[in-house]
Design a protein around this ligand. Structure first.
Ligand code: AMP
Length: 443
């Protein structure tokens, strides 16, 4: 297995490969079908991103590939473009490509990308993702039997169709697994292995994953045939993200959000929380404070989720309170501010959440609230990304937050005095008496 790497100085293997990456600076160098090139032109895509520069020639050469790329790097187009290119060279009604993705949102988003990128070609696609009623199931069945060129599916729903026996994948040429690590985390490994039994062995398999743990390599060994491996700087937030952290007690957090939103004019803000209960609760609390917020989490019906996303995308609401359902894969442009309401449990999740802002090389701000309990977790994140995130003092008018002592034992930490935030203006109570009396239990 050869490894091509980009943007990651630590493991860049050789000058030759780097030169190879730099030499492809324009989409025209891929010699795509004219209609596909027209679509790219109409979307204003001129230069491939690093993952596209690396992955597309390998896919065009017919080889299997395992690609390590975060969301926001242009990874979707990296696998979609060469597939549409191949399909538009020999148009037919047959199903030629299957893309398996972990969530409905990601499946829909990939489908939308395909629709944009294939606009001037005759390629057809459909997303199959569960939820919906019998009518939707029938529509999916029709597409699966009559042949959309590209099927994008979540594993469970696809298996439901496959088990009914009417789906024929014998014309399939491409199998693509997107966010493979997420699919394994969500327990889809058996479903994937079962799905593969319905697909011809002679095929090209493309596996995309944000991380490359051993279990992904094991899966790759089972499903891929002598793959090339490409990787771009993983586990690092994009350069355009300004990362900040605030040490704050839980009871200070909502007031901190209010203060931060007054400091700058953020049109779209995502606040990540750890659980769906917290998502609902925070939505209510922020609305009580007159902020325009809605929450999105796995308890919502598909149509409700779409409605929330639509309101957020169209800027009818400023704040989206979200669980990690949104941290990977979902593409919403122009998120100015991402807030981690709590330190994420998994250091990789931090990178994904932060990756919601500064997409495709724009600028964005990502702020994490660190309370007294999860400082060690934040330290782990800093270790993973390889640098310290700047800790900011709480704004004027707030009382001191907890001291930052990520390595201290719990017993010491609870007795510790705040040390680093000595600013004179920070001596006042952190919020009004009214807030105290309204929230006695939370104090
Ligand atoms: P992804 O990592 O696939 O979620 O893509 C992130 C965003 O980058 C999406 O909004 C894409 O439309 C956009 N994008 C992908 N490739 C390019 C490109 N070569 N030039 C400009 N934008 C791109």
């Amino acid at each position: 297995m050869r490894v091509f790497c980009a943007l990651n100085e630590r493991i860049l293997p050789s000058k030759v490969e780097f030169t190879y990456l730099r030499s492809i600076l324009n989409f025209r160098d891929f010699h795509f079908n004219e209609n596909l090139q027209d679509s790219l032109d109409s979307m204003g895509f001129e230069n491939p991103t690093p993952i596209q520069s690396l992955a597309i020639p390998i896919i065009q050469s017919g080889k299997d590939i395992i690609a390590c790329a975060q969301t926001g790097t242009g990874k979707t187009a990296a696998f979609v473009l060469p597939v549409i290119d191949r399909l538009s060279k020999t148009p037919s009604d047959e199903t030629k490509a299957l893309i398996v993705a972990p969530t409905r949102e990601l499946a829909m988003q990939i489908d939308q990308s395909i629709q944009g990128l294939s606009y001037f070609t005759s390629t057809s696609s459909i997303a199959i993702y569960g939820g919906g009623d019998g009518v939707v199931f029938e529509k999916e069945k029709k597409a699966l039997t009559q042949g959309a060129n590209i099927i994008i599916a979540t594993p469970g729903r696809l298996l439901a169709h496959l088990n009914m026996g009417y789906v024929k994948f014998d014309t399939l040429e491409f199998l693509i697994l997107d966010e493979a690590d997420r699919m394994l985390d969500m327990g889809f490994v058996d479903d994937i292995l079962k799905i593969v039994t319905f697909i011809p062995q002679k095929r090209q398999t493309l596996m995309f994953s944000a991380t490359m743990p051993e279990k992904i390599r094991q899966l790759a060994k089972r499903l891929l045939n002598s793959p090339e491996e490409v990787s771009i700087a993983i586990s690092k937030p994009a350069e355009g993200v300004e990362q900040r952290a605030y040490l704050a007690y839980d009871k200070q957090k909502n007031y901190l959000i209010e203060a931060l939103l007054k400091e700058a004019d953020y049109s779209s803000v995502i606040i990540f929380v750890g659980t769906k209960i917290k998502a609902r609760e925070l939505e209510k609390e922020l609305r009580k404070m007159k902020m325009k917020a809605l929450s999105i989490h796995s308890d919502l019906e598909q149509s409700e989720r779409e409605n929330v996303l639509m309101q957020f995308r169209s800027r009818q609401i400023q704040i989206l309170v979200a669980t990690d359902i949104l941290s990977r894969g979902i593409d919403i442009d122009d998120i100015g501010l991402v807030i981690n309401y709590e330190v994420p449990h998994d250091a990789e999740d931090y990178v994904h959440r932060v990756g919601r802002t500064a997409r495709a090389e724009t600028k964005g701000v990502a702020i994490t609230f660190i309370n007294e309990h999860f400082q060690h977790r934040f330290k782990k994140i800093e270790d993973l990304i390889g640098y310290e995130v700047k800790k900011y003092p709480l704004p004027e008018g707030f009382d001191l937050g907890p001291a930052y002592e990520p390595l201290a034992k719990k017993s010491n930490r609870s007795n510790s005095r705040p040390r680093h935030q000595g600013a004179k203006g920070n001596k006042k109570p952190f919020f009004s008496k009214k807030a105290h009396s309204n929230n006695p239990k939370k104090d």
